[in-house]
Write a protein that binds this ligand. Sequence first.
Ligand code: PLP
Length: 203
Amino acid sequence: MSKELVARMNKKVTQLKPSSILEFNKQISGIEGIIKLTLGEPDFNTPNHIKQAAIDAINDNDSHYTNSHGIIELREAAANYMHQKYDLNYNAEAEVLITAGATGSIYSALTAMLNPGDSVIIPTPIFPFYIPITQLNGAKPIFIDTSDNGFILSPEKLAKTIEENQDTVKAVILNYPTNPTGVTYEREDLEKSLRFLNAMIFS
Ligand SMILES: Cc1ncc(COP(=O)(O)O)c(C=O)c1O
């Protein structure tokens, strides 16, 4: 793209760094016989019944605009899954939104919350997309290195970081099992972190 065109674009976009995970994946994908641990690509093909349902939907012309939140059957299936697997109760009508992949939902959630000048606590190492999504919204990532604690963000470190940035912190990224380290969290630690977060929100 020409420099002139780049100069006319949104500065938040042109200042983003290319995704290192996508770049690395491109570099090594041609090597024969390697086991790739780069993108979160499942190691199985789309199951036949799902392929067939997609083919049937196209043949039945079931391919027009839907409710913008997603079709209700899918939202109900998502709510049922969360109930059966985690004993969580979400209202499919009011609380479930379908997006094309996790990136779209993370983008929507952060965009709905962030204002320029806010900050987002991001424990590292982290799946990289959380960083540009934060920056595109004019917010600042606050990185917490977790490598000295088995790649777990301790509730104490979280509380200290919130305290130090009380005026700007709007969100904390806490996804687990964590990509890229694979660690997960103990219930006790999560409950402790939740208490700090509640104190932050309601103080
Ligand atoms: C932690 C994490 N967040 C988000 C994504 C992006 O997910 P999607 O490809 O569904 O947009 C991935 C993909 O591997 C991920 O590991």
